[in-house]
Write a protein that binds this ligand. Structure first.
Ligand code: GTP
Ligand code: MG
Length: 199
């Protein structure tokens, strides 16, 4: 499926602009600049499907991508959270958009919560995880930028994250370390996404 047709469908700046809920959705959440858009490009093997950038706050709306023709499921790129330098009202608007979408979307099959391998879990991540627990929305943690961390350090960080995430009821126990840069872990995550979209 990931090597077949994949197309940008639409951007939704607010909940009233969401596409009709006619296919399963997989959402990508995480702090600003963690690598959400880059991961979508790596998974789909396209360079510029989702717009990635060095500047935090690049993705400002919910962006929907159709996978398969006929449509099988959708990938949803989201604005980042925890972006301290952005204007306050913008941050607030994004938080409401993200939270409302994640809590209320019937066709949402799985959320991937991305965590920068260099930084580990931050309080904003914990807040989102707790929100997803309460809403019973199942999610996986995905480590990004694994290429930027020494292997021994990465293993320690993964262990710490596994221990902590075990306390979150809606969090799946499998943790995916990835690098959109080197492609490490991308094939494994692809398999997990396909499985989640089909259940
Ligand atoms: P916002 O849309 O602003 O919330 O950011 P985002 O989470 O979509 O991050 P994006 O994909 O735009 O990537 C941010 C920066 O991190 C870009 O400069 C990417 O090239 C870089 N980046 C993303 N993934 C990786 C990775 O696996 N390894 C390395 N080394 N850099 C990465
Ligand atoms: Mg982005």
């Amino acid at each position: 499926l990931f090597s077949g047709p994949i197309e940008f469908l639409k951007s939704a700046p607010g909940l009233q602009f969401l596409p009709s809920p006619d296919a399963p959705e997989i959402a990508f959440a995480g702090r600003s600049n963690v690598g959400k858009s880059s991961l979508i490009n790596a998974l789909t093997n396209r360079n510029k499907l989702a717009r990635a950038s060095n500047t935090p706050g690049r993705t400002q709306e919910l962006n929907f991508f159709d996978v398969g023709n006929p449509l099988v499921f959708r990938l949803v790129d989201m604005p980042g959270y925890g972006f301290a330098e952005a204007p306050k009202d913008m941050v607030k608007r994004w938080r409401f958009l993200i939270n409302d979408y994640l809590r209320g979307r019937q066709v949402l099959k799985r959320t991937l919560v991305l965590v920068d391998g260099r930084h580990g879990l931050k309080d904003v991540d914990r807040d989102v995880m707790t929100m997803l627990d309460k809403a019973a929305v199942s999610y996986n943690l995905v480590i990004t930028k694994a290429d930027k961390v020494k292997p021994t350090e990465l293993e320690k960080r993964l262990d710490a994250i596994r221990t902590e995430s075990a306390k979150h009821p809606a969090c799946h126990p499998v943790l995916y370390p990835t690098s959109s840069e080197t492609g490490d872990g991308i094939a494994e995550l692809r398999t997990a996404v396909l499985e989640a979209a089909r259940t």
